[in-house]
Design a protein around this ligand. Structure first.
Ligand code: GAP
Length: 509
């Protein structure tokens, strides 16, 4: 655990040092849980968004994209349930005056029990060596069984209390588990209260007449309220999907773990409209399809897992999370939900407008059912960035930090490096740059020794370093150094564009 904390610290400082992510408003001492993307961060973020967008729209004939506004008619949030039920349970410690999410306190307590299980496993690995069978050990060892049962018991009690909105029992659970405030160390807690996560503001210039409006907490509702516009103008036939990326805002009580949980973040969501009764088939399709998208980026399959929801929200009839192993453990990266016809029916009711679809094959009208895929762009950024960060000791004993980003997502695809600043090398380098810059994002660097320049590119994840040397003027060839293997090969300048294109992972098929 301590090692992972250390690693996570390194990752966050690397993100700042190399221009990926800066704390927002830093010169004014920052702003909690809000971050700015720097020169390389914005490129990586744009590339992730575009990889998702193309996989959704370009690769699926029946999915189109839209871009809806952040401000919407406030009744939308009444209809969606956000005004009444988009709450987190919070609790204050009376001694430290610190505020916590009750569920996070309970989650942290569970994580401590999981740590105990992991310690038992580590001890057993040492004891049994090669013969160790983790599954068997975890299903038979009395201490592990006791810990696992405890976790199940806490999870079930918490879920029931939340479902019944029984805030008193959540407080009781915190007391029964003897959870203390990490700051004051005491158990002097307030009652648990519900806290609405939507940010509100007022519209209009005369404050008396001003109406309260909300900053959208999810992009999905912009899709629901435009579903008929898109269906009609795009002559879409069910099943079809609408995709959208954009900012969402949530007044998170506890914002932690860098860009994992922010107050202003970006979502990439897709609502897939289907015939009633066919939603579970499509739910299972999108579950596999989204996992396929993740794996197409080349990160290890062992880093991902599904977490099917046992207790479902009242509007859902199936839900799963794709979890990713962040440095702080497996956490939700993406949600896939079968949302029935809940949202469209509610909008129909609140707007008074019919939101039905006439199905020519069935010769019948109905409110479509919806399967949603929803992923946080910033969270995906963190997953990729953390997974790519590698510290290596090289054969000569020196070390390097390399970001092994999926090449298709790398902010810069190639660095153009004249070996020295003379003998016509910079001019030749500029010539190559001018040829390639229309197809690839490039960087030109002539300062410092070549080794130092390679290291700088490794640190921002540039897959190729193209070096122009004395041989270039003789035969129009250059050396191309690959980021991960550090192997170099000599290539004709004329082949560079096709070489880079072919070696940047193809988009998911
Ligand atoms: N429309 C469904 C919806 O918004 P959600 O589980 O609340 O579902 C979807 O959010 C995804 O958005 C999450 O899986 C996560 O990746 C991302 N997300 C949610 N809250 C976030 C936050 N505060 N900061 C960063 N990403 C967040």
């Amino acid at each position: 655990m301590a090692n992972n904390e250390e690693l996570f610290k390194k990752i966050t400082s690397h993100a700042k040092e190399y221009g990926f992510i800066f704390p927002s408003s830093e010169i004014y001492d920052g702003m909690a849980a809000v971050y700015d993307y720097g020169q390389w961060g914005v490129e990586l973020k744009n590339n992730i968004r575009s990889y998702w967008w193309k996989a959704m729209t370009q690769m699926h004939e029946n999915i189109v994209g839209i871009d809806t506004s952040i401000f919407m008619n406030p009744t939308i949030w009444k209809a969606s349930g956000h005004v009444d039920a988009f709450n987190d349970p919070l609790i204050d410690n009376k001694d430290s005056k610190k505020r916590y999410r009750a569920d996070v306190l309970i989650e942290d307590h569970i994580a401590k029990i999981e740590d105990k299980i992991n310690k038992e496993v580590e001890k057993a690995i040492k004891r049994f060596g090669e013969d160790f069978n983790k599954e068997q050990f975890c299903s038979t060892n009395p201490r592990v069984l006791e810990h696992s049962a405890k976790i199940r018991e806490i999870t079930a009690r918490y879920a029931t209390a939340m479902q019944n909105n029984d805030l008193a029992d959540i407080k009781q659970l915190i007391e029964d588990l003897e959870i203390v405030c990490p700051v004051s160390g005491t158990r002097n807690w307030t009652e648990v209260r519900q806290f609405n996560l939507m940010f509100s503001t007022k519209i209009g210039s005369v404050s008396d007449e001003a109406d309260v409006i909300y900053l959208r907490p999810e992009t999905a509702q912009g899709i629901f309220v435009n579903y008929l516009n898109v269906q009609k103008t795009g002559r879409m036939k069910i099943p079809f999907g609408i995709a959208q990326t954009g900012k969402a805002f949530r007044n998170e009580i506890v914002a932690r773990q860098f860009i994992f949980r922010m107050r202003e973040f970006e979502q990439m969501e897709m609502q897939f409209f289907v015939r009633p009764g066919e939603e579970l088939k499509w739910f299972s399709y999108w579950k596999q399809e989204r996992m396929r998208w993740h794996l197409s980026l080349g990160m290890s399959a062992s880093k991902y897992r599904f977490h099917d929801h046992e207790k479902l929200a009242h509007y859902a009839n199936a839900a799963t999370d794709i979890e990713f192993e962040f440095p702080f453990g497996f956490k939700e990266l993406e949600g896939i939900h079968s949302r029935t016809d809940f949202d469209l029916k509610r909008h129909q009711e609140f707007s008074g407008k019919k939101l039905q679809y006439f199905d020519p094959e069935l010769n019948d009208s109905y409110v479509p059912y919806v399967v949603e895929t929803s992923i946080g762009l910033d969270r995906m950024f963190l997953a990729i960035f953390a997974n790519s960060f590698t510290e290596e000791t090289l054969d000569d004993g020196s070390s390097r930090v390399v970001l092994r980003l999926p090449r298709v997502l790398a902010p810069v695809k190639a660095a153009i490096l004249p070996l020295v600043k003379k003998d016509g090398m910079p001019e030749k380098a500029r010539e190559i740059m001018n040829k390639l810059k229309y197809d690839f994002n490039l960087i030109y660097e002539e300062k410092d020794a070549i080794g130092k320049r390679y290291r700088r590119q490794d640190a921002i994840g540039t897959p190729y370093c193209i070096t122009i040397d004395s041989q270039t003027s003789e035969d129009d060839t250059v050396t191309v150094r690959e980021r991960d293997t550090m192997q170099q090969e000599r290539l004709p300048i004329a082949n560079l564009a096709s070489y880079i294109r072919e070696n940047i992972n193809p988009l998911i098929q």
